[in-house]
Ligand binder design. Structure first.
Ligand SMILES: *[C@@H]1O[C@H](CO)[C@@H](O)[C@H](O)[C@H]1NC(C)=O
Ligand SMILES: *[C@@H]1O[C@H](CO)[C@@H](O)[C@H](O)[C@H]1NC(C)=O
Ligand SMILES: *[C@@H]1O[C@H](CO)[C@@H](O)[C@H](O)[C@H]1NC(C)=O
Length: 248
């Protein structure tokens, strides 16, 4: 019984605030009981704020904590806001409408922008024999994907046989191996994600393994440059001495 009383109290408080507060937001999309509006990337969301008690009362809109500048004719008693196109940076943003003269009279809506992981098409990747093997997929999505799978040459990657490591975080999944080998690794790879909301999204990589290139002999070259520089410096100093002597 104790556990139940907390949500009940919370509900009563919500009811209380919506009743006393005279402003109301009507939205182009459904808004749930928690004030969350779900929308997709690129869509248009329109919000209409109304203060029904007094038609010429000034209204104010905020995007999170920042005031939104409104045209003079879009302030009195009723104010419309249009967010288009919806972007990644609108996710979890709260739009608040309040009375200009009394900020406790307020209503707000928080956007939940859903988007699929940015995976599509194919990419040609070239890796050097003996270098670290690494492929990466961006899997960031809202809601997050539920699974990530890597395929190699059409079948699920055999981690042991290929010497692979798969590491998957919230935003990226990486397929790596310590050393690239032409006969082992040169083929087609695919990462694919799945989720109930977004279905399956995948990206293909065509990996070619090139022969190890000769490393440029950097150290001997630096030593050579230092010698040249030092000789030039000596030359300048001796000439400078001469010039000074001339001026005496
Ligand atoms: C602001 O509005 C609240 C809720 O309607 C009210 O209780 C409060 O007295 C108002 N404050 C002022 C300064 O008008
Ligand atoms: C946003 O919408 C998605 C899809 O309906 C849902 O899974 C997720 O929980 C929502 N996020 C929030 C913060 O409400
Ligand atoms: C990929 O698969 C094809 C046919 O299924 C096979 O002939 C080829 O050897 C495979 N390549 C690698 C690198 O495993």
């Amino acid at each position: 019984m104790k556990l139940m009383s907390i949500p009940l109290l919370f509900n009563l408080l919500l009811l209380y605030t919506t009743r006393t507060s005279g402003v109301k937001i009507d939205a182009s999309h459904a808004v749930n009981a928690q004030g969350i509006l779900e929308t997709n990337l690129e869509e248009t969301v329109s919000l209409v704020c109304k203060y029904e008690e007094e038609a010429d009362e000034e209204l104010v809109w905020k995007r999170n904590d920042a005031l939104i500048s409104l045209k003079e004719e879009n302030k009195k008693g009723l104010s419309k806001l249009c967010i288009t196109p919806i972007g990644y940076d609108d996710n979890e943003v709260t739009f608040t409408c309040q009375l200009g003269k009394n900020s406790t009279v307020t209503a707000s809506v928080t956007l939940n922008v859903t988007y699929p992981p940015p995976l599509s098409g194919s990419e040609d990747v070239s890796m050097e024999e003996g270098s670290v093997f690494a492929l990466q997929c961006d899997i960031g999505a809202n809601p997050p994907v539920t699974s990530v799978a890597w395929k190699m040459n059409g079948t699920v990657v055999d981690v042991l046989a290929g010497g692979f490591t798969i590491s998957t975080g919230a935003f990226t999944s990486r397929l790596t191996a310590d050393s690239t080998e032409k006969n082992l690794h040169e083929t087609t790879y695919e990462c694919s994600t799945s989720s109930p909301k977004h279905g399956i999204h995948s990206k293909v990589f065509h990996v070619t393994v090139t022969a190890e290139t000769m490393k440029f002999p950097l150290l001997p070259m630096i030593a050579g440059l230092v010698v040249v520089g030092f000789t030039m410096l000596l030359a300048i100093i001796s000439r400078w001495k001469k010039i000074r002597q001339c001026c005496k």
